[in-house]
Design a protein around this ligand. Structure first.
Ligand SMILES: Nc1ncnc2c1ncn2[C@@H]1O[C@H](COP(=O)(O)OP(=O)(O)OP(=O)(O)O)[C@@H](O)[C@H]1O
Ligand SMILES: [Mg+2]
Length: 290
């Protein structure tokens, strides 16, 4: 085998492992407490059940919630990655249903003020999980700080969570406005959480879509609605994911549906299917090597 061929083979093997196909999806809301973390955890498990390899990044860096909601006690966290140069593999933990979790820290304020070098390092360590991840779900902090904005802009998709409270809808609109200032094309889809009826969900989404269309001249799409369900609080109290603790509940079925809709929306391509796109990518890389 000549050198060029060996190089091509190595590159195609690396692409197969990583394949550039990991999707980064940021889950955000503007207003706090609307259900982002619950969405991330349950959607992650529902997607993993559909045979996708899911990693969650708890990007509420100074107020870790993912591990608490799942009753996990990670030994290391994001502070070790930023301050102690730990590689991402060392802080990664396993969660229910085989999902992987990159834990945040709790009560370390400095971690919320990353300098550009630290931010770059974090993003580059994050890209390493592509070797064993199909979808990286990023659970952002509430608000629209510069750090939240960098997570939103570096993701391929944004899922915006709102409930039917006017403050939550207005804050969701504010997120779309800020993101659109930098990237008008970034796909944004909406989950309306804690609805009492489908009608309520539709009303909220239409209100948001109309305002976004009129004032920002861009589109947002609907991912789906999640019902208000008291079993969520039960699951939170026992530090379990609701789809595991109450698999037959209305909300668990809604999460299963959402995961299917999301995969269709991403027009999913699994890394080993040798589809046209990945072949094209591989070929263009080989061309460049010549
Ligand atoms: N569909 C739902 N039905 C009933 N209660 C819900 C639902 N979704 C969320 N909740 C309740 O809202 C609380 C807050 O949810 P969660 O912690 O996921 O919000 P968050 O947006 O991540 O908050 P923060 O902005 O502080 O990170 C949950 O503990 C739960 O009690
Ligand atoms: Mg949260």
């Amino acid at each position: 085998m000549d050198q060029a061929e060996t190089l091509r083979k190595l590159k195609s093997e690396r692409l197969k492992k990583n394949n550039g196909l990991m999707k980064k999806i940021a889950i955000t809301s503007g207003k706090g407490g609307v259900g982002k973390t619950n969405v991330v955890i349950n959607l992650a498990i529902a997607l993993q059940r559909r045979k996708k390899r899911i990693t969650i990044f708890d990007a509420d860096l100074g107020l870790a919630n993912i591990d608490i909601l799942l009753g996990l006690a990670p030994k290391y966290n994001i502070v070790n990655l930023i301050s102690d140069d730990f590689p991402i593999e060392k802080i990664l933990i396993e969660g229910p249903g085989g999902i992987k979790i990159i834990p945040a820290s709790s009560g370390i304020q400095e971690i919320t003020n990353l300098d550009p070098y630290q931010e770059e390092k974090l993003l580059s360590e994050l890209s390493k999980v592509a070797e064993f991840t199909d979808i990286l779900l990023i659970d952002t902090a509430a608000g629209i700080s510069n750090l939240v904005l960098s997570f939103l802009l570096s993701s391929e998709e944004i899922i915006l969570v709102t409930n039917s409270e006017p403050t939550s809808i207005v804050d969701a609109y504010a997120v779309v406005k800020v993101v659109s200032k930098y990237d008008l094309e970034k796909p944004i889809s909406v989950i309306v959480n804690s609805v009492r009826s489908e009608e309520e969900g539709k009303t909220v989404f239409n209100q948001l879509r109309t305002t976004v269309d009129r004032f920002l001249g861009r589109e947002i799409s609907l991912l789906g609605f999640l019902p208000y369900d008291k079993v969520v609080l039960e699951a939170v109290k026992t530090q379990k994911a609701v789809v595991e603790a109450f698999p037959e509940s209305e909300i668990s079925r809604a999460f299963s549906n959402l995961s299917r809709i999301l995969l269709n929306k991403l027009s999913w391509v699994t890394p080993d299917e040798g589809n046209n796109e990945s072949w094209k990518k591989m070929l263009s890389l080989s061309e460049n090597e010549k």
